[in-house]
Design a protein around this ligand. Structure first.
Ligand code: UT7
Length: 404
């Protein structure tokens, strides 16, 4: 297909996908011991049964690098073929540098532009749409889009309305330029700042720099007005998805599978109802991971494809919403062999992926006290941080080797 001036239209095809989930599981029964809640309440109000917790040696960058390398493996390209890395997160390793820069080094890429995308739970979809725009503009050939989150370190484990919802993990896709039809089609994104203080993390930014006082007030934890967020989510996820589908020249009935943000099963049921679709068109894995924010859509996409829920020629809509409020959806005509992703987990082992540490700097134990028993770690001191892998070379060195 050609554009108005006769040039072939460059399209963005999903050629790679991968995901990484930390090993440690936090069940509803574990949470019953921490706050006044019950497995029954959590399951019926949210659909969540368990979520994952990153180990002390894992970070947003280390999880993102594993998922990213798995997506690159699936695409059948080399890390250095990637010319743009977009990493969506609201839980970066540091305020600066970008987590994308750390991932670039960890995956052994020498040539990509790398930067973070911050749109909370919609971040991956925003990153996906940005990658599509770069490819269509001829600015990139292979783009790695990562969603990685380590939310368990930003939760108040005395606040039952938030701590039961979120978990850790990472997912990634490779988008590649092609003149062939298919790939990413219609995009819709919205930002509605009237919801700015409905989900937020008050302290640590320039308005309220971190201090003993902000910590004493618990302002370094995620806060959420669940009800208001719920109402926004049910309305906006459906309208955003519908707009993306229409911009693709399709109708909801033409979509073979929806990959919705995995926040709450009731929200997903309301979206299905709003679009007049059966629930079997909605992919769900929130029962196993909870809400992993920007990682939820790419983890779900990778699992859906690997489980055989997507075939070549299928129309797939990814749709998310989150703090801001933000929402985003992209409809994709699937063109890659679904079987390609199934060997990625074995091909890329987390213990082989390293994120370089700063020199002469010892991090404090990052595991929240409330999770210390679960993680088999002592309290905030005495953690042998220089003794652990993945993500940490034995002795931090500015020129530590990165895996090829
Ligand atoms: O990725 C974007 C991030 N956010 C979301 O997607 C979240 C959207 N919101 C939600 O999913 C739901 O609003 C929640 C799951 C957070 C809450 O469910 P809800 O049905 O909206 O409950 P509610 O906030 O209206 O609270 C109902 C009751 C309250 O008790 P009273 O005042 O009726 O006595 C809460 O105190 O449930 C209580 N409650 C709990 N009870 C047991 C709140 N959290 C819990 C809990 N266990 N964990």
């Amino acid at each position: 297909m050609n554009d108005a001036s006769g040039r072939p239209i460059r399209r963005a095809h999903v050629t790679g996908w991968g995901r990484y989930a930390p090993a440690q599981v936090l069940t509803n029964a574990d949470l019953e011991k921490m706050v006044d809640t019950s497995d029954e309440w959590i399951r019926t109000r949210t659909g969540i049964r368990e979520r994952r917790v990153a180990a002390a040696n894992e970070t947003t960058a280390s999880m993102g690098a594993v998922a990213g390398l798995r997506a690159i493996h699936t695409a059948g390209i080399a890390p250095d073929d990637i010319d743009l890395i977009l990493l969506a997160t609201l839980t970066p390793d540091y305020w600066m540098p970008s987590t994308a820069a750390l991932v670039k080094e960890a995956i052994g890429n020498t040539r990509a532009t790398a930067f973070d995308v911050m749109a909370a739970c919609s971040g991956f979809v925003y990153g996906f749409a940005t990658a599509q725009a770069y490819i269509q503009a001829g600015l990139a050939k292979h783009v790695l889009v990562v969603g990685s989150e380590l939310l368990t370190r930003f939760l108040d484990y005395t606040d039952r309305s938030t701590c039961i919802l979120f978990g850790d993990g990472a997912g990634a896709v490779v988008l590649s330029a092609s003149d062939e039809p298919g790939g990413a089609l219609g995009v819709e994104m919205t930002t509605e700042p009237q919801g700015a203080y409905m989900i937020w993390l008050p302290a640590g930014g320039s308005k309220s720099p971190p201090s003993a006082e902000t910590i004493a007030r618990g302002e370094h934890y995620v806060r959420m007005e669940g009800n208001q967020t719920y109402r926004f989510a049910t309305k906006t996820m459906a309208t955003t998805a519908l707009e993306s589908i229409r911009r693709s020249g399709l109708e909801p009935a033409d979509i073979d599978l929806f990959i919705p943000h995995q926040a709450n099963i009731r929200i997903i049921e309301a979206v299905a109802k709003g679009l007049d679709l059966p629930m079997d068109k909605m992919f769900i894995n929130l029962d196993r991971y909870g809400n992993t924010s920007a990682a939820s859509v790419p983890i779900a996409l990778a699992e859906a494809v690997n489980e055989g829920r997507v075939e070549i020629g299928d129309n797939v809509t990814i749709v998310a919403f989150g703090a801001g409020f933000t929402s985003g959806a992209v409809t994709i005509e699937w063109t890659a062999d679904p079987a390609r992703g199934r060997s990625a987990d074995d091909a890329v082992r987390p213990e082989d992926v390293r994120v370089r540490l700063p020199v002469d700097w010892d991090s404090v134990d990052p595991i929240p006290d409330a999770l210390a028993d679960l993680m088999g770690q002592p309290g905030p001191v005495d953690v042998p941080l220089d003794d652990v892998a993945p993500g940490e070379p034995e002795h931090a060195h500015p020129h530590a080797e990165v895996p090829a």
